[in-house]
Design a protein around this ligand. Structure first.
Ligand code: ATP
Ligand code: MG
Length: 797
């Protein structure tokens, strides 16, 4: 008989098909990049729905980003028609927020809890570190935050940690104090930090088996993408959800001392089916507690699990795959798997070495325009870098070259002070227990409510055991002067008016537009907008525009979520992650970090800054497994490319106001020579060092200067480029000990200069400032070049 999912299976290879049709309690799909893991998950969901083996509401699919969740939902809906509503396709964090909003009242929170992002929790920890004088023990807020996060990812709570901690160690003791105080403050504020969202859901399930059972009954099919990057808490969450219904039922004592066993009903369903997919070679979040063992030990944890391997890659050309295979094979302690494709060798990988990161960025911009002319859409190109700070140079050049781009990293917008203020106003309405949000806005705009008054309010709230918000409503009892009292009363009235709009008395449902209206009311009546408008600071004008943008975001939210409440809005905002962009990026080149690139694919990919200290990153060098994780990150980057891959670096990089000399990344050497075509190799650029000595020799009456047009350096040390398998380190050895410093060389359009290698030319344009000044020079014979003035071997003539 024809299967209802026949056409779904038609587009799959035999291994993929096997993974889609397998029905059993546990399925593990392990495979390299681009082999169709995500596609198999999507088709598996579609197949379950098509065959009526599952209702949409019985499916829980976990993706790594909200963006990936959105795409998966779209594809499933496309495959099964419109019937996919009710499915939970989301990140771990979003799924847990949904569960916690329903269940928080079980353990001392309310459904209107606030989600603290890492900046919020840092601010709270900072206060507590100060209060407990933990800095005297060398504990910085960052260190405390990092350690708490790590513990939570391992499901160690403050109490269990305290029990096994060495309390004779004063540092340990003060840490335990701060950790405990932090949890109490979160609870008091009715707030969860990011790590809590997962950890507290696990505690909830463990403490209240009947609650866990509700979700065990509901979710019959659980699917997890990117399983290699799950941490212990996430592992435990999945583990709780895949226990049979009723399995944790504890005997409890009924009145009169009779023990009651809440035995599972005879028809209680067995464990949900679990499908996980992953690639240990793409595990890049160990620093956030991701544990590769979750994948390597899956078969032990789920006995009888079926394992499917996929080896055919459908994404990249053979050249790109061969490079990826070669690089990753340098990691020891891994199962070797070879990816292959039948799409052919494709173009060679292109390498480029710039003098500076501006030079590198210009190359990328020029190449993007070339690809564009060849018909590659901007939306099909992406530029990756290891650290966020590298985007600046790229952006500068892209703006100047009119390359449309979009930085993937939606959080930036929400990190702006004015946006945080506006959200704090909303939170003050939604969750009056959140003292931190109230503290943030109580004197914004300036109302004459200083620290002393804030402490007075806080003290009053504690004494009366009421919230900070309720204390505001009692301004007359605070013992403050009449002016301050009036200011507090005004703020109280504005907040009350906004909550009438956004949180109507129970039973009524706020109209979807209420978030927009409430926000506008808050910003206007609080005087916040007026204060910005009255300011002479030109930045404040931009702040008003950003707030307009936030209002637009609420409108968009209301359109997409006709039943959305202020809590839904705040949840969405809190969970915007690096990979989620607010706008449509289809007409722009995407810029993002390598971490963000996971799971994505583009026709053309530029991996920039392929230098030692960047990739592998300096901080990873000393960490156990650090360089291996960096290699996986590089592997993730290059396997995003479908057809064209560019690897670029700069020989000098200005960072933190200093220009430093960069070395080509060791990973470049791991790529077989014949796969890589250098447009400009590190040797080409570094011969500058040779040129300098040549210039010196010339002055000493030694052999002559360079011949314009000739491959400079040819008469010096043979270039590694010309040696088969020449190693990059040979280039590195020839980097001049001290980079030339032209810091004070004045150049203006029209000036003539002489370059050690390119000969004479005319300056067309000077851009940038300070150490980053770039001369755009038209050389008489060597063509147009851009030179970083500070380090270029040039002189004015
Ligand atoms: P990553 O490890 O990067 O997450 P992945 O294993 O999840 O990759 P997918 O993103 O599912 O791989 O697939 C990579 C590309 O190959 C996608 O464009 C997908 O549509 C395509 N693809 C996968 N399987 C097939 C197939 N059988 N036929 C045609 N295209 C396929
Ligand atoms: Mg994938």
């Amino acid at each position: 008989a024809a299967r209802a999912d026949e056409d779904l299976l038609a587009g799959l290879n035999p291994q993929q098909r096997e993974a889609v049709v397998y029905r059993g309690p546990a399925l593990l799909i392990v495979a390299g990049a681009g082999s169709g893991k995500t596609r198999v998950l999507t088709h598996r969901i579609a197949s379950l729905l098509r065959n009526k083996e599952a209702w949409p509401s019985q499916i829980l699919a976990i993706t790594f980003t909200n963006k990936a969740a959105g795409e998966m939902r779209e594809r499933v809906e496309h495959l099964v028609g419109d019937s996919a509503r009710g499915m939970w396709i989301s990140t771990f964090h979003s799924a847990c927020v949904r569960i916690l909003r329903r269940e928080a009242q079980q353990f001392g929170f309310t459904s209107s809890f606030t989600i603290y992002d890492s900046g919020d929790s840092r601010a709270l920890i900072k206060r507590l570190v100060k209060e407990h004088e933990a800095d005297a023990f060398g504990l910085t807020p960052a260190a405390v935050q990092g350690k708490i996060s790590k513990l939570k990812n391992e499901l160690a709570d403050a109490e269990s940690y305290a029990r096994q901690a060495n309390m004779n160690d004063p540092v340990e003791r003060v840490f335990v104090e701060v950790f405990g105080a932090y949890q109490r403050e979160l609870q008091r504020a009715n707030a969860f930090d990011f790590d809590d969202l997962i950890a507290q859901t696990v505690y909830l399930f463990r403490a209240f088996p009947h609650v866990a059972d509700v979700y065990r009954r509901r979710f019959r099919h659980i699917l997890v993408d990117e399983y290699q990057d799950t941490n212990h808490a996430q592992y435990a969450l999945i583990n709780e959800l895949t226990k049979p219904v009723g399995s944790d039922a504890q005997p409890f004592e009924a009145s009169g001392g009779m023990m009651i066993f809440d035995a599972p009903a005879a028809d209680a369903p067995g464990p949900a089916s679990l499908t996980v997919v992953g690639d240990s070679d793409q595990s890049i979040y160990a620093f956030r507690g991701a544990d590769i063992r979750n994948i390597t030990e899956f078969e032990r944890d789920y006995p009888g699990a079926k394992v499917v391997l996929l080896e055919q890659n459908y994404r990249s050309t053979q050249n790109i795959l061969s490079a990826a295979n070669a690089v990753i094979s340098n990691n020891f302690d891994r199962k070797d798997k070879k990816l292959w494709t039948d799409v052919g060798a494709g173009e060679k990988i292109v390498g480029f070495t710039g003098y500076s990161q501006h030079d590198e960025a210009q190359f990328v911009a020029d190449e993007i325009e070339t690809l564009r002319r060849e018909g590659v859409a901007y939306g099909q190109m992406a530029v990756f870098y290891r650290t966020n700070s590298q985007s600046r140079a790229l952006e500068e050049i892209f703006i100047r070259s009119a390359v449309p781009y979009k930085i993937m990293g939606g959080t930036k917008f929400y990190e702006r002070a004015e946006i945080k203020d506006a959200l704090a106003y909303l939170i003050a309405v939604a969750n009056p227990a959140d003292e931190m949000a109230l503290r943030r806005i109580v004197n914004k705009p300036r109302r004459g409510i200083g620290d002393v008054t804030i402490e007075a309010i806080s003290r009053y709230a504690r004494e009366e055991q009421i919230t900070f918000r309720d204390a505001l409503a009692n301004s007359s009892a605070l013992g403050v002067g009449p002016k301050i009292q009036a200011a507090i009363a005004h703020l109280d009235a504005v907040l009350a008016e906004a909550s009438d709009i956004m949180l109507p008395p129970s039973g009524e449902i706020a109209p979807p537009t209420s978030v927009t209206e409430g926000l506008q009311l808050l910003l206007n009546k609080s005087g916040y907008i007026d204060a910005l408008r009255a300011s002479r600071d030109p930045q404040d004008e931009a702040r008003v525009e950003n707030l307009d943008e936030l209002v637009a975001v609420t409108r968009e939210f209301a359109r997409n979520n006709p039943e959305g409440t202020i809590l839904d809005f705040l949840t969405e905002v809190a969970l915007v992650s690096d990979a989620d962009d607010l706008e449509d990026a289809s007409g722009s080149v995407s810029l993002m970090t390598l971490h963000t690139a996971k799971g994505l694919e583009y026709d053309a990919v530029f991996v920039t800054g392929v230098e030692e200290d960047l990739i592998p990153h300096r901080i990873s060098a000393g960490e156990p497994g650090g360089p291996q994780e960096e290699r996986r990150l590089f592997y993730v980057g290059i396997t995003r490319a479908r057809k064209r891959l560019y690897l670029s670096l700069a020989m000098t990089r200005a960072q933190f106001g200093e220009v430093s000399v960069a070395m080509p990344s060791r990973f470049l050497q791991e790529i077989p020579h014949e796969l890589l075509h250098w447009r400009q190799s590190p040797g080409d650029v570094n011969s500058r060092g040779g040129s300098q000595s040549r210039a010196l020799n010339a002055r000493r009456g030694g052999f002559g200067g360079s011949t314009p047009g000739k491959r400079y350096g040819d008469d010096l040390v043979p270039l590694a480029r010309r040696q088969p398998n020449g190693s990059i380190e040979k280039f590195a050895n020839r980097i001049p000990a001290k980079v030339r410093d032209n810091g004070d060389l004045e150049l203006a359009p029209g000036d003539r200069i002489r370059h050690d290698d390119f000969g004479e030319g005319r300056v067309d344009l000077v851009t940038g400032e300070g150490a980053k000044r770039v001369a755009h020079v038209r050389f008489d014979t060597a063509g147009a070049k851009k030179l970083l003035i500070k380090v270029a071997p040039i002189e004015k003539i």
